[in-house]
Design a protein around this ligand. Structure first.
Ligand code: SF4
Length: 380
């Protein structure tokens, strides 16, 4: 348990944050898994008794999952001993609904969650069909648990169209989509169901090609989480600001909770950082000019990215001029966003100058972190 998890949405006001790994081990599913951090974390635990064989090194020397899973049933007792309300992420190092996890084990997790209504549990999966089928059976035994929030991880329109549909068919008090790493634009308001059918996942309304409403989905998405990819290598994939803004606007328009978790390693930066008025020229010494240029380079954009980059698997294009250069007066066109590569997570967690730290409730309301908490670093 901790007061300030790196997983920002775990830091819900009034709750302790807690990542409860009831198992370890996974299998990559889609592009969102390409730079999965979890095998590295798992490798650090591989020497513990009974945890060998979960990860192995690939030809490039990277830690990768082997597909084996180890379950820690004894950990299911831990939440029972904690009275204070906790926001608990069930599994950062395993997909609870992967085929390798037996349903009897998932039933024990449900039993634990039913016995601890003081806590809120968040479970994210990339196996939404299995989640839907199993959760329907759990609901027959336990009812819909108000303290269990279920979600899918998606990274582009394709994965959204496959996974969100199953999510809405899953009985749950709260449904979430975690768009992290966001690798392409996603229109949650227009998911193609096949033929001439479309689903607005934020309202739960289905329409035909002509826009006519013909049915209501069993539910809708209550919580939209957005984040970019992190890492120290420059092959980490950037999130175009327009993609993040679009998901924020979709959520806000439909009065759904929105959480902007982080930019990741690529983030927006000023395209032009002037060190003087070009019309007047530099008036200080050469040493002062060198320092001013260095300061401008330390904050200015180094690359640009068009909003359609995902369609061509494009990497950010390196800027030809320095941010202080007089030649650098405009971007190629208004679809290009100026970006900077920040190692780790230093690109921050503000979208257009503000933090978006919202949580849904099982009653359909939106909770927001108090601003002091947000700015004090209590919520990240
Ligand atoms: S599903 Fe999650 S834990 Fe498993 S490989 Fe993908 S990103 Fe990693």
């Amino acid at each position: 348990m901790s007061e300030g998890s790196e997983i920002g949405w775990l830091n819900r006001p009034g709750h302790k944050s807690w990542t409860l790994n009831v198992g370890i081990g996974c299998t990559p599913v889609s592009a969102g898994c390409d730079f999965c951090y979890a095998p590295k974390s798992a490798a650090r635990q591989a020497h513990y008794e009974g945890r060998g064989g979960i990860v192995a090194k690939d030809a490039l020397g990277r830690q990768v999952w082997t597909g084996e899973v180890k379950l820690f049933e004894e950990r299911l007792q831990r939440p029972l001993k904690v009275k204070r309300p906790c926001m608990i992420f069930v599994n950062a190092l395993m997909d609870l609904f992967s085929a390798a996890v037996p349903e009897e084990f998932i039933a024990k997790v449900w039993q634990m969650m039913a016995a601890t209504p003081q806590h809120t549990y968040v479970i994210l999966t990339k196996q939404p069909k299995r989640m839907r089928d199993i959760v329907r059976r759990m609901v027959e035994r336990f009812g819909i648990l108000r303290n269990v929030w279920l979600g899918v991880s998606i990274e582009n329109q394709h994965t959204a169209e496959i996974r969100v549909r199953f999510l809405l068919e899953t009985p749950a008090a709260v449904r979430a989509v975690s768009c992290e790493p966001l690798l392409a634009p996603i229109r949650l308001t227009r998911l193609h169901l096949g033929g001439g059918s479309y689903l607005n996942a934020l309202s739960g309304i289905m329409t035909g090609d002509d826009g006519e409403i013909y049915a209501a989905a069993p539910g809708c998405v209550d919580w939209v989480i957005v984040g970019g990819e992190s890492g120290r290598r420059e092959d980490v994939r950037p999130m175009h600001p327009t993609w993040a803004r679009s998901l924020r606007d979709q959520a806000v328009t439909h009065q759904r909770a929105f959480f902007f978790k982080q930019w990741g390693s690529w983030g927006p930066a000023p395209w032009v950082v002037r060190v003087c008025d070009p019309a007047e020229g530099w008036k200080g010494t050469d040493a002062e000019l060198a320092a001013a240029k260095a300061a401008a380079e330390a904050i200015g954009a180094t690359h640009s990215l068009p909003v359609w980059a995902d369609q061509y698997d494009m990497k950010p294009t390196e800027a030809e001029h320095k941010p202080w250069g007089a030649e650098r007066h405009e971007l190629p066109d208004d679809t290009h966003a100026p970006l900077r590569f920040y190692r780790g997570k230093s690109a921050g967690h503000q979208l257009d100058g503000r933090e978006w730290l919202q949580w849904p409730t099982a009653d359909g309301l939106i909770e927001e972190a108090p601003r002091e908490l947000a700015t004090a670093g209590g919520v990240r």
